[in-house]
Design a protein around this ligand. Sequence first.
Ligand SMILES: [Zn+2]
Length: 435
Amino acid sequence: MLKDALVEAEILVEEGRISRIGKSIESGYHRTVDLRGKLVLPGAVDPHVHGREPGLEYKDDFLHTTKAAALGGVTTVLEMPNTIPPVDSPSGLLEKKSLLSGRSYVDFGLYAVLYDYGNDLDSRIAELVRSGAVGFKAFMAQTTGNLPPPSFGTVYRALELSRELGFTVVFHAEDRECVEFFTSRVVGEGREGLRAYSDARPPLCEELSVERVSSAARATGGRAYVAHLSSASALRLIREGGGFPANVYVETTPTYLFFDYESHEGLGTLIKVNPPIRDSKNRARLWRALSRGLIDVVATDHAPHAIHEKNTEFWKAAAGLPSLQQLLPLMLTSALEGRIPLGKVVELCSENPAKIFGLYPAKGSLLPGADADIVVVDPRAEYVVTEESLVYKHRLSPYVGWRLKGRVDKVFLRGEIIVEEGGLVAEKPTGRPVR
Ligand SMILES: [Zn+2]
């Protein structure tokens, strides 16, 4: 898959990078791999991963998380900062980087958290960027880790700096007061379940937050990224609300594309997630938006929890689910079934995330000069997701039993083969921090 087109070609890899693509590249090289009949794609870049290390290893750890990434064809993950301690200082960032180096099967980048740093805000952000933060995450509503939401002033200033320094601010866009109001109302009514959960954190809460973020991005010219968008109504506010800026990027996740509370109420807490899954009409609108190019990225919001945290009373159960191993397979299945073009999958899962987070074209492309992060897919293979095939520490997945098309056969990370015949063959974790 090259640019927008499917072409037949040979790829020459030298010193971990793609050096040439074309037909009949002369032989005589060190090693050749025959990929006839296979699809060759750039490795996926997942900019929304909660690896849980350090501090929450009982949920998952970076070895498990990045093994799932590798097997799923994700060769770069961007790791969220709500670990323990949260990443909020240059020294914390560097410590986490050295901790995870040697514990990652794929390349990785680290976010820092955005909260009210007071008078230190400017210097803190600048130092974190200098120390290699790949972006900042702002939690606008309560979520795992209970990090306090940043004030309006902090958001505004961070967006100004994002334009000057060229980073991106990722928003968990739900309005906290709105969520608190509706949650206490729905809990008070004695309701539970997925439909109740959607009413407890309704699209309105997402709309309020998205409007605030988009308006601030428009006013500052800053780079805002709305993570895990669940409601089509909130998307409309970003894309069609009269001159909202193109520098507001939008991500959705497989959870919102493949589940709705009308068809999947029975999955219960397994697909309890923030923001919640919505109704089937909304789900259809998200797919339409995806085809029309109104959504930039499909990423996982991979958020593993321990079994006892999910298999419990509805309101107490943790929000979030692991899906890193299935991201690309689900999207490939959608392409092979004709729901969206294959090129769109590459754009949504590789190219766009790499561009938005400043990693392109080293990541997210098969262009000469790019890192040889290559995914080889057998487009004819079909298989059923089994619990045994999951490599998460806690094998919880709503996709168990699903029949998928297009198996990830081989994965190369900077030219080294890490997955073969669908199994991990990397001798040790060789993932590196991205620049
Ligand atoms: Zn998240």
